[in-house]
Design a protein around this ligand. Sequence first.
Ligand SMILES: Cc1ncc(COP(=O)(O)O)c(C=O)c1O
Length: 422
Amino acid sequence: MDRRNLLKYSFSGLAASSLMASGLRESFLKKVEKTSFSLSSTNNDEDYWELVKSEFAFEKGLYYFNNASLGPCPKLVVDATNEFRALLDGFPSKYMWGGWQDEKEATRQKVADMFSADKEEIALVHNTTEGMNLVAHSIELGPGDEVILADHEHPSGTVPWQHWQEIRGFKIVRPKLPILPESKEELIDVYRKAITPNTKVISMVHGTNTNGMILPVKEISQMAHEKGILVAVDAAQTAGTFKIDLHDLACDFYAISGHKFMFTPKGMGVLYAKKDSQKYLKPLIVSRQHFKDPSIRRLENYNTRNYPEMLGMGTAVDYYNLIGAEKREARLRDLKAYFRGKVENDSRFKLKTPGAEDLSCAIQNVEVIGKKVGDVKKMLFDDYMIDCRPIGSHGINGLRISLSVFTTKADVDYLIDALKQV
Ligand SMILES: Cc1ncc(COP(=O)(O)O)c(C=O)c1O
């Protein structure tokens, strides 16, 4: 295969057609070719995952278990974004005002394909916070109406509703979730009990940022829809971890941060809005296209945007596809089992994340018994250069360990050794 065809084959869409059409440098295209070739290998041994890790330029000596706070970009995404930035600065007005129309739509299509959605259901926004704000600002509730927000919601999922509650006077209902449910039915039950005839919206996180627990969005959405309740989902911690089919998930709105497990450039996100539910949404920002474009694009800011990052998101999806959704998910589940297997029968530790496959994936939380989590976090960083997030809320007192495709089993061994020393 000649290079053009190889790129088309392994790096479909943006890099192949539009990137090449955009006059990108030969040196960059060579890197794309090399990475595409090695990552699309069918190998699945530790050497393969070491190779994946080598695609990330971490600070020397750093062990990064904090992907749930912020993800890194693989070098390819960094390089692509820099290429876009150089092009933009070479001819600013051309690229900002229409020159990248096809590339922007190609990015939307890639994101739609990644989540089995329709391109016309995908708004390219900046992050989960923006998506959740857009939903809360749009839905005009009033006195007597209720919104359910369980106790593990992130501030990006609560503050927008609390803000509008003060202005519009609806009620927020805050049920408590168990942190170690035996099954998803236990979680569904919490929501079932919180629903009243006044419930209009359930706003829920897909994966909690506290202990990485996965909530059964599909079942809760089905239950909600039977009662005419809308479901908005904060997907900051799930997008890019396991395979997500948004039509099957059945929620109305799904707000994604690209810059965590999807490895997009920082400040890129997605708001999915189901076709039939788009009528409820109003843009946060309005400008020139507002009265002309009834499509989901009306929810994006039409004026000057961060296009290098937006197109870099397309490259991040290409990168995701190079490894492949199934292989990525299987790896994260394998790492989870490997990590849990090392701590679950050790009386010095207590896992604070449910283990069932439908209840957790890339994020695990572990308590070092008898130690304050803040102290453990500090020791891990000061003595071992391990970065992870201490969680002290909800009675957890545990370290949030994010596992990612750049995590190797040797990294997990290093973490476990350090935890044992601590
Ligand atoms: C569950 C959850 N929701 C929302 C956010 C906010 O993400 P962003 O800053 O990308 O909007 C985070 C960030 O950690 C999160 O964990």
